[in-house]
Design a protein around this ligand. Structure first.
Ligand SMILES: [Fe+2]
Ligand SMILES: [Fe+2]
Length: 449
């Protein structure tokens, strides 16, 4: 990247058009399709991250960037506003992966077909495409010259240098690294005790936040963000708790206090800085939404927290086994194995098992230990099978939409038993996907905070 470049991340259901020559537009894709349009004469370009092929009139009016049928005409319109000429526009597209065949949703293929149909109707030629497959992609468009770069997630490690000797990870190395992320900051420990629904009141919560000045400032900044849309400035915590409610403040507090741990980059899993945190937050919010809709209101905070922490074991395995991830990807790519089974074979244990070890060390409730430990194998859950199934499905959906799942996000299967346990059919899953871009808006102030 050049120092004068400015990268704009285009989230699911969003589009961005600009004539700023220093701009680079970037998006992460799973089953979604990324479409770029470019006019090389005036150097105007745009990128849309399309989630679904089409919606009804009302839905397309509310969230036009979400659907191919409404996003592409709008992208063209905004390009024309900036001086582009339709006859000079060219398109490139990527994504539309068939990530989870047993979801029987076929969204990726349907997205790609619809995008091509609309571009054909608009008379815009497609000069390049990379669609299908069962892996994610990162698509970038440089406005300066219209150059496209595309990175496939889950394939790039194939050529990584593979050590000749294979052995499992030493258990003592894992325990040592878990000890290193201890002691947790006091605020995190206190925040984690608050996930037990009835044990916290607003005074207790205020007490925890007040002791940490930076945290107080961050919580207030989030409460004053555009997302919550208050007309008057909120300047004290009591006021913030009264307006947003205890549950929302607890959620913000938990997310912020775990941000330091979850924000780091995790190269072994191809997670750049901030990507794990984005994925964790998205999974937390999706799982919480599902919990409420499926009648698990009482457990929704625990389920949110479990989903927030589900991949935390990756941090440890990245530290103790980074030299063995080439071998894992070899098994995934050459033998068509799931990431989890390859991880287990090469390392002797999985990031989910390591996550459960951390949860146990932190004395988290059993629901969290199970949900973290079995988030890829929900059929093994015994204490809280539905909570585990919710975290599992939320993880799969977020990965499918390309929200920071990392290298393994797209090569771990969805468990059909979890869908039937939760009585989720293809339509219900599609409804959750439809609502996800709105859910994701909640993450923006927390990520920026
Ligand atoms: Fe995972
Ligand atoms: Fe995950």
């Amino acid at each position: 990247m050049n120092f004068w470049e400015q990268t704009y991340l285009v989230s699911p259901a969003e589009f961005f058009v600009t004539d700023d020559r220093s701009a680079v537009l970037e998006t992460y894709l799973g089953s979604c399709v990324g479409v770029t349009l470019y006019d090389s004469v005036v150097k105007v370009g745009g990128l849309a991250h399309i989630v679904l092929p089409s919606g009804d009139q009302k839905r397309e009016a509310v969230s036009p960037g979400k659907y191919a049928t409404s996003a592409i005409p709008l992208l063209i319109e905004r390009m024309l506003d900036l001086g582009a000429v339709k006859g000079r526009m060219v398109a490139k597209m990527a994504g539309g992966a068939a990530i989870y065949k047993n979801f029987s949703l076929d969204i990726g293929r349907r997205n790609a077909v619809k995008v091509k149909e609309i571009l054909r109707q608009e008379g815009i030629p497609i000069l390049g495409e990379d669609v299908g497959g069962n892996f994610g992609r990162v698509l970038r468009l440089k406005i300066e010259n219209g150059e496209i770069s595309l990175r496939q997630i889950g394939r790039g490690l194939r050529e990584a240098s593979s050590p000749t000797a294979v052995r499992g990870v030493e258990f003592k190395d894992i325990v040592k690294e878990i000890d290193h992320i201890e002691p947790l900051p006091k605020t995190v420990r206190q925040a984690l005790t608050l996930i037990d629904e009835d044990s916290a009141d607003s005074q207790e919560l205020k007490g925890i936040i007040y002791k940490d000045q930076a945290l107080t400032a961050d919580v207030l900044k989030i409460c004053n963000s555009a997302y919550y849309g208050f007309t008057r400035r909120i300047s004290n915590l009591g006021h913030a708790i009264a307006l947003l409610g205890l549950k929302t403040i607890k959620k913000i507090l938990l997310s912020l206090s775990l941000k330091n741990i979850l924000f780091q980059k995790i190269p072994s899993y191809s997670l750049g800085k901030g990507e794990m945190f984005k994925h964790a937050l998205a999974c937390g919010l999706t799982a919480e939404l599902m919990a409420r809709e499926l009648g698990h209101d009482n457990d929704s905070e625990k389920i949110f927290t479990a989903a927030l922490l589900h991949d935390i074991g990756k941090i440890i395995l990245d530290l103790v086994a980074f030299d063995r991830f080439g071998l894992i990807m070899d098994k995934v790519v050459k033998e068509g194995r799931s990431f989890l089974s390859a991880e287990k074979e090469i390392l002797g244990l999985t990031h989910a098992q390591v996550g459960a070890m951390i949860a146990r060390q932190w004395n988290l409730p059993l629901v969290l230990i199970e949900a973290i430990g079995y988030h890829h194998e929900p059929e093994k859950a015994q204490a809280a099978p539905e909570a585990v199934a919710i975290v599992h499905v939320a993880d799969v959906i977020c990965s499918m939409l390309g929200i920071g799942g990392g290298v393994d996000g797209l090569v771990n299967p969805v468990h059909p038993g979890a869908l039937s346990l939760l009585a989720l059919d293809a339509k219900a899953v599609e409804n959750i996907i439809e609502g996800l871009p709105e859910v994701m808006k909640q993450t923006e102030p927390i990520e920026a905070g």
